[in-house]
Design a protein around this ligand. Structure first.
Ligand code: PLP
Length: 220
């Protein structure tokens, strides 16, 4: 649910159908590390959750979109499955090594709890809705410029083909490359609180100028 570079979301049914057809024994894990605090809120019809009996486990990171301190990844699985990920190495802590034993930071858990309760479910939905509107605005502008991009319709990541992006734009707007070498083909923009329409306006103006310059170079 939300790959790091493209924000792409897979439909678990695509996998389930094939696995079932071949009578295979399987577990399905949803990596919602990035998208878990976006997709279920923006797509109310999403069925990627434990209501789907075939989904075994889900991870969700509070240190991404929720902006909690690092190390606040959450792993949830169905009853009876946690035993499969238990490690014998931590036998020095009494009981099962599952939650806040040993030196794990309880403050992190409290931070996540505080963030969630400060927003509340409606507050968080509103925030995601605003980010969706901004993302749509950027996509419309890119379309008007005929610039190729990928965006999962319910996500807040816009991944733009590198073709029209020069190093000046990358530096000025802190664009994130897919690869940190000369073979890079994509740059992404993650739309968060601090990424506002005003920034997009400047970005689009600069991008337009770059494209214009490229066209003129070709003509010459
Ligand atoms: C960030 C991320 C991870 C890694 O999670 P960390 O808890 O930050 O190490 C895994 N999968 C996806 C899709 C991510 O975005």
């Amino acid at each position: 649910m939300g790959t790091t570079m493209f924000g792409a979301v897979d439909n678990p049914e695509d996998y389930i159908q094939i696995l079932e057809k071949n009578h295979l024994n399987y577990k399905i894990h949803i990596d919602a590390a990035y998208g878990g605090f976006v997709y279920p809120f923006s797509n109310k019809a999403s069925a990627i959750n434990f209501e789907n009996q075939k989904i075994s486990s889900i991870t969700i990171d509070a240190h991404k979109m929720l902006q909690a301190p690092y190390g606040t990844g959450v792993f949830i699985c169905r009853e009876g499955l946690i035993e499969n990920v238990l490690t014998k190495e931590a036998e020095y802590v009494e009981g099962m090594d599952l939650t806040l034993c040993g030196s794990r930071s309880g403050a992190n858990a409290v931070a996540v709890w505080m963030i969630l309760f400060t927003y509340g479910p409606f507050g968080w939905c509103e925030k995601i809705r605003i980010l969706q509107i901004r993302t749509e605005w950027l996509c419309e502008q890119l379309e008007a410029l005929n610039v190729n991009y990928f965006r999962e319709p319910f996500m807040n990541i816009v991944t733009i083909e590198a073709q029209n992006i020069n190093q000046e734009l990358v530096k000025k707007f802190d664009l994130v490359p897919q690869k940190h070498d000369e073979n890079n083909q994509w740059y992404k923009i993650v739309i968060m609180d601090h990424v506002e329409i005003d920034h997009f306006m400047t970005f689009i103006t600069d991008l337009k100028a770059t494209i214009q310059k490229n066209i003129e170079t070709i003509k010459v």
